[in-house]
Design a protein around this ligand. Structure first.
Ligand SMILES: NC(=O)c1ccc[n+]([C@@H]2O[C@H](COP(=O)([O-])OP(=O)(O)OC[C@H]3O[C@@H](n4cnc5c(N)ncnc54)[C@H](OP(=O)(O)O)[C@@H]3O)[C@@H](O)[C@H]2O)c1
Length: 277
């Protein structure tokens, strides 16, 4: 029998809610596999699932939540309003559609997926999310792919800051300035593509660090995120990788290890710059 994996700790958000620091990411998980892989993740010990309307697997994630047999409040579910649905009425409708697909009463975290500055509707989307939170339909609200200047505009125009910003973040793109901006304002940083979609894993010295700690390169990178304080949501397609990615709470990187990982910074994105939409 596989040894038990230490659970991900809970981190607190500025609105008083808590969420598991590590979750299972569902981008590019086909709907046909999503329920089974979520149940594998839950069986391994994950209590946090990250999806979006755009991923086309909300229905299957909702099925996994019910099939798990866990009390609803033991699972943390995130979804996101897609670019085309930015705007006040559109976002409210998109939320209703997401919840109908999930078959859930309350969502734990709802994010604006991308700001899409060219359409200039993200402040209206944010007002819709504030309403959904005030009505108790979602516990926490946040954003994704927002630069600091987008967040400043939300605060200037509504007086409300997001509790979290989910951004592309990995050793090639450590987002040092944006993380400092978040920290100064009590906004939690959440890392998407934490493994740079697997592209950082072939780096030779990660193999050396992995050997030093008796871990895998993916575990070294995920542990680096944890020690930065990031919420992190790796995606994987097999039960063994899903287990491997959660098992990062029983060892510690030292200052030399962290400095070596910092040398991987290139500034390269795997996705778009949010200001380019
Ligand atoms: N807000 C946004 O705009 C946004 C954008 C992108 C992603 N996200 C979220 O972030 C999550 C993660 O990002 P991502 O899926 O782009 O990339 P990722 O988690 O950095 O990388 C996933 C890739 O790494 C591979 N992998 C996973 N674990 C591994 C391991 N232990 N050893 C070797 N390879 C491993 C996976 O392969 P297999 O699948 O073959 O196992 C997959 O190809 C998404 O699922 C989604 O929830 C959000």
């Amino acid at each position: 029998m596989a040894r038990p994996i230490p659970p991900a700790p809970q981190v607190t958000l500025a609105d008083g809610s808590a969420m598991p620091q590590l979750g299972y990411g569902l981008y590019k998980v086909p709907a046909t596999d999503a329920t089974g892989l979520c149940l594998d993740a839950i069986d391994a010990g994950y209590r946090h699932l990250d999806t979006a309307a755009f991923y086309d697997n909300e229905r299957e994630v909702g099925e996994a939540v019910r099939a798990s047999g866990l009390p609803r409040d033991e699972l943390f579910v995130t979804s996101k309003v897609w670019k085309d649905d930015n705007g006040y009425d559109q976002a409210l409708r998109a939320f209703d559609d997401s919840m109908a697909r999930f078959g859930l009463d309350v969502l734990d975290l709802f994010l604006i997926h991308w700001p899409v500055p060219s359409t200039d509707r993200y402040v209206d989307t944010w007002r819709a999310l504030i309403r959904l939170r005030d009505e108790g339909r979602v516990r926490s609200i946040g954003v994704s792919n927002f630069h600091a200047h987008h967040i400043e505009r939300l605060v200037d125009e509504t007086g409300e800051a997001p509790v979290i910003n989910q951004i592309e973040l990995h050793p090639r793109l450590p987002q040092t300035a944006l993380r400092a901006f978040h920290a100064a304002r009590g906004i939690r940083t959440e890392a998407w593509s934490p493994l740079a979609r697997g592209r950082v894993l072939g780096t030779p010295f990660l193999d050396e660090l992995a050997a030093k700690h008796g871990r895998t390169p993916a575990q070294i990178v995920l542990r680096w995120h944890v020690q930065l304080g990031n919420v992190v949501i790796p995606k994987a397609s097999s039960p063994s990788r899903i287990r491997e990615n959660l098992d990062v709470f029983g060892f510690e990187l030292d200052a030399d290890d962290l400095a070596a990982i910092a040398s991987l910074e290139t500034g390269e994105r795997t996705g778009r710059d949010p200001d380019d939409d």
